[in-house]
Ligand binder design. Sequence first.
Ligand code: AMP
Length: 193
Amino acid sequence: MRIVLFGPPGAGKGTQAKRIVGLLNIPHLSTGDMLRAAVMANTRTGRDAKRIMESGQLVPDQLVISAVAERISQTDAKQGFILDGFPRTIAQAVALDDLLHIEGLGLDRALELRVDENALFERIMIRSREATDVGGTARVDDNEQALRIRLSAYQEQTAPLTNYYRSRTILRSVDGLLPIDTVTSSLLEAIRT
Ligand code: AMP
């Protein structure tokens, strides 16, 4: 199963992707996690991505496309994967199709988590507060200004993916505001049917 999962910031992509990989036994590939790891390791990619991520904008396509190309060529991803947070632009979606086509493969599902904008704000602000309350640090991009930029980046650059995938019948949309277990079952159902 080769699956992409997309949805606005705070929709629960990371949480749901982790639950699904546990059940389907495929690796969870999160470009956000890859980029944060690169920032921590202070690699060239990390240095290029850091400020852009903090501002809430998308990093350049080529940077994430290279990271994904390398990751999906690894052995554990040969049987399938769930990509969380990639593609986020049509150019990335086309690049992913090209990468898979070279190997005679294709995507099986494009899962969209739908959540309304007010609910997203509330969720992200809670995520930020909770992280601080337990003595941790909130994600640097979990603040109001960065969130507004992340949301508009989503509307402008990522939401058009629905049309891109709908035309190939692999798109399934799930209501991300339902209780967490219901969302997981709906996603699993969407993968199976
Ligand atoms: P996430 O953890 O998926 O919310 O990603 C955090 C940040 O990493 C995003 O706000 C972007 O700056 C960057 N990022 C992650 N994935 C991508 C992607 N596919 N394309 C461009 N930027 C990305």
